[in-house]
Design a binder for this molecule. Structure first.
Ligand SMILES: O=P(O)(O)OC[C@H]1O[C@H](OP(=O)(O)OP(=O)(O)O)[C@H](O)[C@@H]1O
Ligand code: HPA
Length: 224
């Protein structure tokens, strides 16, 4: 796994190097219908959960004793949001600080196959007036080109929240990324298209619990 030295800035999260080969899918369990479609298990489910637990603690340290509105970015963010909120709830029960949360959802969609398209569809944006004057925590699965997060931040800012923080499970190292990066980052990953843990390729692979890289056969089979 990625080597995180004492000097690695923690705001980048766990930094996975470009030469990280992942693990053979045969070492793990995964749905039989994806047999042959996976090149490697890139981040196993257990590692995702352990990192998410730590992000929950960081969020609690920063925002504890505030009320927040969680804004979950669908569809890719639903699993990370669910697990992060669950970890925060555990801390709420066991620590002296507490974070009162309500959860809202918005959908943004722009990908076809493994490519970003200029057409970012936003569904549910009309209900964001609930964010006015509130502390908002946006929960997003991945920042790749950064266009989705940039569009969402512009939109949310128009409703004048008191504070906006962003938690992103993955940030991809890509050239020309839009500049806004999450405040809380799970993993910084190389420029590979990844699937699983609710991240999809044309709606497939969301039902995979690990984050994986697809094989060429997998891309061909599910290509539109
Ligand atoms: O940084 P970007 O290059 O903009 O990419 C990030 C976005 O892409 C994915 O959404 P997608 O459009 O695939 O919709 P989905 O969440 O419904 O899968 C992902 O869930 C992010 O929201
Ligand atoms: O690597 C990715 N995988 C799935 N969805 C995505 N949306 C942006 N990047 C990705």
């Amino acid at each position: 796994m990625a080597h995180l030295s004492a000097s690695t800035p923690t705001h980048r999260g766990v930094v996975i190097p470009d030469d990280w080969p992942g693990y053979s899918p045969d070492l793990f369990t995964y749905p039989e219908h994806y047999s042959g479609a996976l090149d490697c298990v890139y981040i196993p489910h257990g590692v995702i959960m352990d990192r998410t637990e730590r992000l929950a603690r960081d969020i609690m340290d920063d925002l504890g004793d505030h009320d927040i509105v969680v804004l979950c970015v669908l569809k890719g963010g639903h699993q990370f949001c669910s697990d992060l909120v669950e970890h925060i709830q555990v801390l709420n029960r066991s620590s002296s600080k507490s974070l009162l949360m309500t959860v809202d959802f918005i959908r943004l969609k722009s990908y076809l196959n493994d490519r970003s398209t200029p057409d970012i569809q936003m569904i549910g944006a009309e209900s964001l007036s609930v964010l006015t004057g509130k502390n908002v925590l946006i929960i997003e699965a991945i920042v790749d080109t950064g266009k989705t997060l940039q569009k969402l931040l512009t939109h949310v800012q128009a409703f004048k929240p008191k504070l906006i923080k962003v938690a992103g499970l993955l940030v991809k190292r890509v050239p020309n990324q839009a500049v806004c990066l999450p405040d809380y980052v799970g993993f910084e990953i190389p420029n590979h298209f990844v699937v699983g843990y609710a991240l999809d390729y044309n709606e497939f692979f969301r039902d995979l619990n690990h984050i994986c890289v697809m094989s060429e056969d997998g891309k061909q089979k599910y290509r539109l």
